[in-house]
Design a protein around this ligand. Structure first.
Ligand SMILES: [Zn+2]
Length: 425
């Protein structure tokens, strides 16, 4: 027994020495065309040299001893980030769809379905996601993030917002017999102190972001303008934002109309989610303060049919808002609300096409899911680029997305941290 201990210690030391000195496998990806999205430049016939899952350099020839991955006939670019998803949701075009998931699916079952959503996202070229509220699934998103990071489940790296916040009476499930206690899709908090405590608790349990539902119940006023009901008071919202920022966590605000934007921006949130109806004052503030706008045009198209008519009005309004925000220089970041639509039915990458249809150049659209998403997540230089030191996350396409943006919907290969995680047969 006594002799075993030193041997064990020796093995530990040897193990740690190997970990610190081993450079990892050397891979050189030959790119026929490489899109440098930050510089808006195309480089031809270059090698992306990858060591241990990280980009080492972009070179004209491969280093000796490297394993070559030949994508010489293809266009290669940094992999995508979707900054507005719900992996624990599988489509909620109608209230019934939503309620059934919270009432009839156990959390383990929802977690299993989420692993499929993670896999789908990866196959579509998304190697990073911001999961922006897990709809009544507690802190399951933190567990999923951990499972991905530890290699138990294959999926995009995750930034998570856990439970999300709304005040009493402002979020489903609702409409059930009063004597029943039904689950809620968010954490409820009322009053500044209770909301501060909720933020503290979410951060303690692993929230990278705080998500707050700022408005609801969208309606058209007699003057034709679309407005909504405010959820929190300004005092409550300020407490949420202040508490999150004290712990260096940003705040994402679900806000559809100017009723919500005025409160959210006055409280100092970091991103406006959806923002279907953007007024001039909100656009000005967002451009000046660089508050991110996450437009989620894909879900807007998805729910316009099945939901009440106001949603079709919002679908039209959101295209106009997008154009105005783009013209004013508001930072626009790629977000689809996948999970709001079924992961299996729609490829998240369709969002790119919707941005181009709404006035962006292809370069601008590609930037939303790469360089801008990296900025939003505080990951500049780490994701959304293939510069030295970045995660070796890339996608390949047979067609050129600069000519046809829908090429992004047909990726042939996806690499995450230097490992090929999807290859089209
Ligand atoms: Zn959402």
């Amino acid at each position: 027994m006594r002799r075993l201990v030193p041997t064990f210690v020796l093995l530990l030391l040897l193990g740690s020495a190997l970990v610190t000195t081993a450079p990892g496998p050397l891979v050189a990806v030959k790119a026929g065309r490489l899109l440098d999205v930050a510089a808006q430049q195309v480089r031809e016939n270059v090698f992306i040299v990858i060591e241990g899952g990280t980009v080492k350099e972009i070179a004209g020839s491969p280093p000796s001893g490297a394993t070559i991955l030949d994508l010489g006939g293809q266009t290669v670019m940094p992999a995508f980030t979707d900054t507005h998803v719900h992996v624990l949701l599988q489509g909620d075009a109608t209230e019934e769809d939503y309620d059934a998931q919270l009432l009839k699916e156990s959390l383990p079952y929802r977690a299993l379905r989420a692993t499929k959503a993670l896999h789908t996202a990866l196959q579509h070229g998304f190697t990073t996601i911001r999961d922006i509220g897990n709809e009544g699934a507690g802190f399951t998103d933190v567990d999923l993030k951990r499972a991905v990071a530890s290699g138990i489940v294959e999926g995009p790296r995750m930034f998570v917002a856990t439970k999300a916040l709304a005040p009493t009476g402002a979020y489903g499930l609702s409409g059930y017999a009063w004597e029943l206690r039904v689950p809620k899709g968010v954490e409820l908090c009322d009053g500044a102190e209770e909301c501060r405590k909720a933020v503290r608790d979410q951060i303690e349990h692993g929230a990278d972001w705080i998500k707050v539902y700022v408005d609801r119940s969208y309606y058209r006023q007699p003057d034709g303008q679309i407005r909504s009901l405010p959820n929190f008071t300004l005092e409550e919202l300020k407490a949420i934002v202040d508490q999150a920022h004290r712990t260096r966590r940003p705040v994402a605000a679900h806000s559809i109309t100017p009723t919500g934007h005025a409160l959210a921006l006055a409280a100092g949130v970091d991103s406006i989610e959806h923002g279907d109806v953007l007024d001039e004052a909100s656009i000005r503030t967002m451009a000046e303060r660089k508050v991110y706008y996450c437009p989620t045009l894909t879900v807007s198209d998805f729910v316009a049919g099945p939901r009440p008519p106001i949603w079709a009005d919002l679908q039209k309004a959101t295209r106009e808002s997008f154009k105005k925000a783009l013209a004013a220089g508001v930072p626009i970041v790629f977000g689809t609300d996948a999970g709001g639509f079924d992961w299996d039915k729609i490829n998240e990458a369709e969002e790119f096409r919707r941005y181009v249809e709404s006035g962006m150049t292809s370069w601008q659209a590609l930037a939303t899911a790469t360089v801008t998403a990296a900025k939003l997540l505080g990951q500049e230089g780490r994701i959304g680029t293939l510069a030295p030191g970045a995660h070796a996350d890339l996608v390949a396409m047979r067609e050129d997305p600069l000519r046809d943006i829908t090429a992004t919907e047909r990726v042939t290969l996806v690499m995450k941290d230097g490992v090929v995680v999807f290859r089209k047969q």
